[in-house]
Write a protein that binds this ligand. Structure first.
Ligand code: KG4
Ligand code: ZN
Length: 337
């Protein structure tokens, strides 16, 4: 079965084409809108919707060209129905409905986070359930007990900002542009990794199973204000490195701790922040030390893309699910929905 997946939940327009039985990505084209939003320092929802409308047809055409398939070769159309920006989700859903109707194929709405959790299967043929999933994106940060493709339990989540959001906000404080996560990661690499200010790790104040980024973010802001007030130019690379350590360490620690407690052998990581170099190296190292395996997607599959939506949709179609033609978007879904 060949499924076409459409992703438009935020600021990337993605169309992927996946052979579900073979778990093979035939095309995965993503058009980023970063340059459109950079001027504003964040995603402007109205502009994002318009960009999706502009990009969807050419991105789909490119996906067909790369896959060597024609529209009639597609057996079903999957689309992100949430979570995300409502206007953006509507763009993808309208395109998916039109395509499904024109081709006479089933439509399947997909939870974006189920897509992130499904993505590692596209590159790791021997990945099995159950495993522990670390979901780290611009909108979500959660540890998930992934018992099966449709059976998940939340083990911990952020109490305030998502990890990616915190990266982007701190990058803004360091004047690194938008989206700042990748730039902050690069600056931290160049910085003295052992140096920088003392910053609180991204853990909730009173303990507990989740994460918290607001105290860490404030600590960075106060440090920069103090340095500037004292007439000193802050050591930006040192601050980036210290922030990155404080942001990543609790994620790795808790992921390994939970996997060990559950007796699981594998940890997967997905979402844009799973591109982070420190997260990747430290999760791999900590997992190995605990006798576990870390499965990290390639950057194209970590970040938002259509192939993960196609695959997650294909799994649901495989058990006989299909969405009604009047399917609506649901911006407030979470990883348990
Ligand atoms: O999963 P994603 O593409 O979109 C959402 O569903 O949110 O994640 C985007 C987030 C952004 O906040 C971006 O700054 C962050 O992932 N990100 C990174 C890195 N690459 C992307 N954060 C830290 N280090 C990176 N290398
Ligand atoms: Zn995402």
């Amino acid at each position: 079965m060949v499924v076409l997946g459409i992703e438009t939940s935020c600021d990337e327009t993605g169309v992927g084409i996946v052979d579900i039985g073979e778990r093979r990505v035939l095309a995965n084209v993503v058009a980023s809108q970063h340059s459109v939003h950079a001027t504003y320092g964040g995603v402007v929802p109205e502009l994002a919707s318009r960009e999706h409308l502009r990009a969807l047809a050419p991105v789909a055409a490119e996906a067909f060209a790369r896959s060597g398939l024609a529209p009639r070769d597609v057996d079903a159309v999957a689309v992100t129905r949430g979570p995300g920006l409502a206007g953006c989700l509507h763009m993808g859903l309208s395109a998916a409905k039109a395509l499904a109707l024109a081709l006479g194929r089933p439509l399947i709405g997909v939870n974006h986070l189920e897509g992130h959790l499904a993505a590692p299967f596209l590159e790791t043929p021997d990945l099995e359930y159950p495993h522990l999933g670390l979901l780290v994106s611009g909108g979500h940060t959660a540890l998930v007990d992934v018992r099966g493709p449709f059976d998940r339990r939340r083990l911990g989540a952020t109490l305030d900002d998502a990890a990616g959001e915190a990266f982007d906000k701190v990058a803004k404080l360091l004047e690194l542009g938008f989206p700042g996560g990748p730039a902050l990661d690069a600056l931290a690499e160049s910085g003295a990794n052992a140096g920088g200010p003392a910053l609180p790790a991204a853990r909730p104040k009173g303990g507990g199973p989740g994460f918290s980024y607001s105290g860490l973010k404030t600590a960075v802001r106060l440090h920069l204000e103090r340095e500037r007030a004292a007439g000193r130019e802050p050591d930006r690379a040192g601050v980036a490195a210290a922030f990155r350590r404080a942001a990543i360490a609790p994620l790795v620690e808790r992921a390994v701790g939970e996997a060990v407690a559950l007796g699981y052998r594998t940890i997967t990581a997905g979402g844009g922040v799973a591109c982070n170099r420190l997260l990747r190296t430290s999760l791999e190292r900590a997992a190995r030390a605990a006798g576990l395996r870390a499965v990290l997607c390639s950057p194209q599959l970590c970040a938002d893309n259509g192939a993960m939506i196609a695959y997650a949709g294909g799994l649901r179609l495989g058990r006989g699910e299909a969405s009604p033609p009047d399917l609506g978007v649901d911006p407030s879904l979470d990883e348990r929905s």
